[in-house]
Design a binder for this molecule. Sequence first.
Ligand SMILES: Cc1ncc(COP(=O)(O)O)c(C=O)c1O
Length: 359
Amino acid sequence: MVTRMIDLRSDTVTKPNQAMRAAMANAEVDDDVLGYDPTAFRLETEMARIMGKEAGLFVPSGTMGNLISVLVHCNVRGSEVILGDNSHIHIYENGGISTIGGVHPRTVKNNKDGTMDIDLIEAAIRDPRFEICYPTTRLICLENTHANSGGRCLPVDYIDKVGELAKKHGLKLHIDGARIFHASEALGVPVDRLVRVADSVSVCLSKGLGAPVGTVIVGSKVFIAKARILRKTLGGGMRQVGVLCAAALVAVQENVKKLEDDHKKAKTLAEGLNKIKGLKVDVASVETNIIYCDISESANITAPKLCKNLEEHGILLMSDSSSRIRFVLHYQISESDVHYALSCIQRAVTGVPSENGAK
Ligand SMILES: Cc1ncc(COP(=O)(O)O)c(C=O)c1O
């Protein structure tokens, strides 16, 4: 029987802790669709303050946060958004910006570090003289940290340059900041500085910060007023939503400071995996809480098989392909969990127990 569960599938898997549950039970609430929920108001105001923007809006998910943001900026059908070909919005959000919003995606290649070359972004901006043929570029989207690149951080000078480019061409800049606090911690740059040039940011509370539900989008008062209407249109207006916002407030107050530890645990895990014969991790590229690990053919085990095998030991992982596994750290994984997982993985891949054994 499995007695120990170590869930490394994602940072979305955290369970609300006692402090969050107590805050939920005691939350002051009212009808938020009518704009009267005091706890939602407190969370939105606090997030806007932390991010250095005028206003905030609680939405049910990161996907809805990105969708609303893109649709507010691209409020005319036939608008075009420039975004990474490996971005979450482009790959994992059901193409909602086009199927729901009539917004055309213009992709630019994401580099290994999650950036897009600035000259390629500029080249993708449509020439308004040919509007008879072209959609109209209105928005650029960045993602920080960049999930599919393994949680890489976009540095502040890069973001500033993209912001300058957007301004030069009269475009808006949205940042999918699902893990923006991770980037801030890893780069040592205050989070408001990191997003200074952005017109909107979508910040997930239910990923590494550990809240059970929700994202806050931030931007100008005008942007948020329009976003509030769109949220209702999309069915994202919720009544006594303060019960969720109360948990999110605890997450912001308690868990941002734990990200540094999550990043250290990720490094330890990455280094340990890379020492196991048959596994390969680019340790230098592990900047935050996400690790991609490749399995070589000589290991004689596929990624799905390894995941299945480890599940029997209570270690949950997701395979990205037949030879690649993703590991994601969060505050409910301890240092000892990391060492235990490493010893189980070593045994599963090589058949040889690790020297340390499980700690
Ligand atoms: C970078 C990024 N953006 C947006 C999202 C979407 O968030 P949600 O799952 O809350 O819709 C995710 C989800 O993992 C993500 O990793």
